[in-house]
Design a protein around this ligand. Sequence first.
Ligand code: BG6
Length: 504
Amino acid sequence: MNAESCTYVIFGATGNLSRIKLMPAFYHLDEAGQLPEGTKIVAIGRREWTQEKWISEVKEMIQIKIKDAFDEKTFQNFAARLHYHFGDLQQPQSYSELATTLEQTQFSKNIAFYLSISPSDFGQVMEQLSKNKLFDESAGWRRAVIEKPFGYDLESARALQRRISQYLTEEQIYRIDHYLGKGTVQNVLVFRFANVMLEPLWNRNYIDHIQITHSESIGIDSRGDYYNGSGAMRDMLQSHLLQLLTLVTMEPPVSMEAEGLRDEKVKVLKSIRPISKEAVHGHAYRAQYASGVVNGEKVNGYLQEAHIPADSITETYASMKLYIDNWRWRGVPMYLRTGKRMKKAQSVISICFRHPPLQFFRDTVAHNAVDRNWVILGIQPEECIRMEMTVKEPGLEMKTRTSSLDASFRHSDEKAIDAYEDLLLDVLKGDRSLFLRFDEVENAWKIVDPILQVWATERDYVATYPAGSWGPEDSRLFDKECQGWRTSLTPESSTCKVNSDGID
Ligand code: BG6
């Protein structure tokens, strides 16, 4: 697939996402010669900035992000692609002015509109773009990239979908989940479907449970307004973590092509056992960070952060247990959790295999201490694929230890590519395989909606955890004493005692 030149129109270009992710990603793509000739990036902003002012702002964003890797000459070339367009989203006139600007010959008629704005504005921005014929594809393709969250719950997601589908066809909509652009996440598919030795083991007969942890050491920074209305369940679990779960558990798709991949992901989401309201407390846990120490520094609790009401019960930590009721996964618990201000920033998928039968070791010191096999998929900051195996310790006694087989995929001279680079390029190429189809979003909301509804009614109390810790005590989610959150990428010694049949 070759990318044609394109005009990227960014709504929310002066915001957080643009500073941290989008502009640095465009810069890197340009540096790597990946942006087709003639590609321009039009920023829509409410401030009356000149073109020069915008270029100096973007320069600062990139310098802050990439520090010593910044190159003045590369930036000067990149700056020629930048264009600032003054406009207020709330004013209809801004859209007709935008339409006039985009008629200039310097702008390619293939246009991608990137909506990095408050979700409450999605509908009206689309409506105005449509009214001004900006989604009309007679002169070139038109695509719209929508950042999450897509809706606030099932009902609002459906309402948003109904509204935007008046203006766009499904082929024009790119619902972004940047986790799908991450290196290890894409590698999950290769790891599972290009290695014949794994497939026979990848099911309920051999796997005890799967856990996915995304922990962050940062708090909510300046995003208080957004975050307080969202919380960890909507912000991370409903979107990124459920997507990771689908990739780890889905059936092999017929191809990497968009529809085949999405069909299989949807099947997983639909097979997840619904959580009834009565069962919510057994399946989900929420908590909020209190003050504490992160990386040696004293930090505020959530309630002391800017723009957070003193009585907020918004969760900054959420965990849940799910069951996928299909032939492959029936009875295997899937544990997912995420939190802000935790001890360490880390995203990991950990797959725990069942205990082997231990009869063989019955008269040895190993009989009670054979660890289970784990497959560890480190997503960030360390990208890795490891398999933990039990080996005999050198020496006279029959003692065992865990050794790790490393199938990590990046060589030291290979640079990691930010997820947004990949995804921004896919939009140009018209490849939607790493973007969400509406039924994925819809089914993901169906899973978490009952939890959110119960939490919304319980307003008197929310548990807390000290900032800088591994989160609250939520072990009640686990099915067996032997299961618990894993925090390390390297072998952890198990406290799990088994009987000689290997039954935990
Ligand atoms: C975003 C969430 O979608 O993902 C943020 O809104 C979160 O709250 C971020 O911090 C995590 O993404 P990454 O790529 O930094 O792991």
